[in-house]
Design a protein around this ligand. Structure first.
Ligand SMILES: [Zn+2]
Length: 374
């Protein structure tokens, strides 16, 4: 029986679906609300991870959500790499035509994961394809360093992959993830790498480099592209427990989170009571100028990009994803929170526009080329 099926049956048998516990208006139901990882500089960062789940109709699928504290513990985030030895880890360098270079540092123990003598080459090729997809659309002068690793959790965690920015830097009143901070300042900021991404080796992955997976398998490339987006800065820091920002200073994403779509009404300027109410309002949008333009041009035209903010706050799937129902088509839905069995190696127009609003420069023509023609 495949690992996917084993996981799904294990989940069904246990009847304890951690990711369907919900918190309403900040009151967490069930065990373990979203946790945070603390960076070397002491900043609090939510960690996003994709898990196998069943939806309310019992259908198996995947969902990307903020990890709980025990899940963050399982990923051993920030603890696998000794700074003194980082130069000795094997790495790949990926660069598309006029894009930014991605340096992938494989931080597995020798002979395991990406460094496995048998399967390592296939895994590396898929990881390189995922970063090539980002390099094809993002410009930059400073290579983005991604630490990638296979980490076997326990079966019950059902995690496919997780990712986070490794460090943040305060720039112009924002707390900027190091990958973006480097591009904004044209200088390497973090000596610890920029993004950490961890994959579960026991998942029934499809390593096809075009991001399309066979039935019943999960696309490694599509999942990697999505998770690395969170590591590049596609993440909010509003706490569903308190309504405050995790670090008091907003992430670049936070400043564009908007209540309603009829005009600028930033969530960062509202009271904690208003924020807590807004997180489950179904009425949050991303209001950056590029995103507004892209939203109107997309196959799901709206005045602003609709964010995922369901009435039942879904363990942190909310806010850091675009709306599931509105954008379920992969042509606009790389950053929806659910269903990553299969997709594409293309990054969609809405994701690109949000990255640009946060401060990334796009490769010329990236948005025009973004929507796959099928
Ligand atoms: Zn996600």
């Amino acid at each position: 029986m495949s690992m996917l099926r084993r996981l799904i049956s294990a989940l069904a048998a246990a009847s304890v679906l951690a990711f369907w516990t919900v918190s309403v208006n900040g009151q967490t139901a069930g065990a373990g609300g979203p946790g945070v990882h603390v960076t070397p500089s002491g900043y609090r960062v939510p960690v996003y991870g994709m898990s196998f789940v069943r939806n309310t109709q019992g259908r198996p699928g995947t969902t990307c959500a903020r990890l709980t504290a025990p899940q963050i513990e399982i990923t051993r985030l920030g603890r696998s790499v000794a700074r003194a030895f980082v130069d000795s880890y094997p790495r790949s360098s990926v660069r598309a035509a006029s894009g930014v270079t991605f340096e992938i540092v494989y931080t597995d123990a020798p002979g395991t994961g990406f460094l496995d003598a048998q399967e390592g080459a296939v895994l590396k090729r898929a990881m390189e394809a995922s970063m090539a997809a980002w390099s094809a659309v993002l410009q930059g002068t400073v290579p983005i360093v991604v630490h990638a690793r296979m980490e076997e959790g326990d079966d019950e965690s059902a995690l496919l992959a997780s990712a986070a920015p490794i460090e943040f830097f305060a720039i112009d009143g924002r707390l900027v993830p190091s990958a973006l901070a480097a591009q904004l300042t044209n200088a390497r900021q973090s000596m610890d790498g920029d993004v950490e991404v961890v994959f579960n080796p026991t998942v029934d992955w499809d390593y096809a480099v075009n991001g399309v997976a066979a039935a019943g398998k999960a696309s490694f490339v599509y999942v990697a592209i999505h998770e690395v987006a969170h590591g590049l800065g596609f993440l909010d820091s509003f706490s569903a427990e308190t309504g405050e920002l995790e670090n008091r200073v907003p992430y670049p994403y936070d400043v564009f989170v908007n209540r309603g779509s009829s005009g600028r009404n930033p969530l960062t300027r509202q009271s904690v009571t208003q924020v807590l109410e807004a997180l489950t309002s179904g009425d949050l949008f991303f209001a950056g100028p590029k995103s507004i333009e892209a939203s109107r041009r997309s196959i799901r035209p709206l005045p602003m990009v609709k964010l995922y903010a369901p009435a039942e706050y879904e363990q942190g799937s909310s806010i850091s994803h675009v709306d599931q129902d509105t954008y379920s088509d992969f042509k606009v839905g790389l950053m929806t929170p659910q269903d990553f069995g299969s997709g594409t190696d293309k990054i969609d127009i809405l994701t690109l526009a949000i990255m640009e609003d946060m401060g990334y420069r796009l490769v010329p023509g990236a948005i025009t080329a973004a929507v796959p023609r099928r």
